[in-house]
Design a protein around this ligand. Structure first.
Ligand code: CA
Length: 258
């Protein structure tokens, strides 16, 4: 596959270029944001350094996302939680902090490409949910809600209704727009509302891996669900373990919700 490597440091670019070539990728390396924008249309996936000479990498990331859907991994020395959250929110599929292990980065590239490839087996394995090309099609089917072959019954908790089949969420009757992945997380919890789901299981089912960057991404998405629905108790945190669907209008006392 053809990679666009956006990296202004020559030594880092050589090391990455060699590793990518060894795995059979062709590489175009650019050192400036303007050149990245010029060549992004030809890329099968993008590796993006945030510290560039002509434009802040986060701003470049936002601009790239307006013109290109290719899988994109940020590879940067910026390791603050805030930077990682901003990078993921701006549309990065994964976030790798320098210095990194080359084998791990290559594994993450493979994971991100699998996960974002609509032709991947995971999407095809769940034909009951053709509306979800991202590969998380199994979510609505977990627990057999609504029965085999039937349209799942919407899940209600408090004044929130999650329509697993229609992929919509309403709060007090008004539709709330979640991102695809926010909906995937909520639908996964709603499909088995009585169970507490571990972080690992959620990450594995929805992100396809349990890497650290995805782990932070899960928290970002849960925060997004709570903020957009205006129901902070809709997703219940079970500290040190995972999440469960909560009751948004009448949280029980001492239920561990933070
Ligand atoms: Ca740099």
């Amino acid at each position: 596959m053809h990679a666009l490597l956006v990296e202004d440091d020559d030594r880092m670019a050589r090391a990455l270029g060699t590793a990518l070539a060894q795995r059979g990728h062709t590489v175009r390396r650019v050192g400036r944001a303007l050149d990245a924008l010029r060549h992004v249309h030809e890329a099968g996936f993008v590796l993006l350094d945030l510290g560039l000479p002509d434009l802040d990498g986060l701003e470049l990331l936002r601009r790239l996302r307006t013109v290109c859907d290719a899988p994109l991994i940020v590879v940067t020395a910026r390791c603050e939680e805030r930077d990682i959250v901003q990078g993921l929110r701006a549309g990065a599929d994964d976030y790798v902090v320098k210095p990194f292990r080359m084998a791990e980065l290559m594994a993450r590239i493979d994971t991100v490409r699998r996960r974002t490839d609509p032709r991947s087996g995971r999407a095809g394995a769940h034909p009951a949910h053709p509306a979800d090309p991202g590969g998380v099609g199994g979510v609505g089917g977990v627990g057999g809600v609504g029965g085999v072959g039937g349209r799942p019954v919407p899940v209600r908790t408090g004044d929130v209704e999650v329509d697993l089949a229609g992929r919509t969420v309403t709060v007090a009757g008004a539709e709330v727009r979640l991102t695809r992945r926010e909906f995937d997380v909520l639908a996964f919890l709603a499909a088995r509302p009585d169970e507490v789901h571990s972080r690992e299981v959620i990450l594995d089912r929805i992100w396809g891996d349990v890497f650290l960057a995805a782990s932070r991404s899960l928290d970002v998405h849960v925060a997004g669900i709570r903020a957009k629905t205006g129901r902070s108790h809709l997703v219940r945190t079970v500290r040190g373990f995972g999440y469960q669907l909560g009751s948004p209008t009448a949280p029980a006392k001492g239920d561990g919700t933070r």
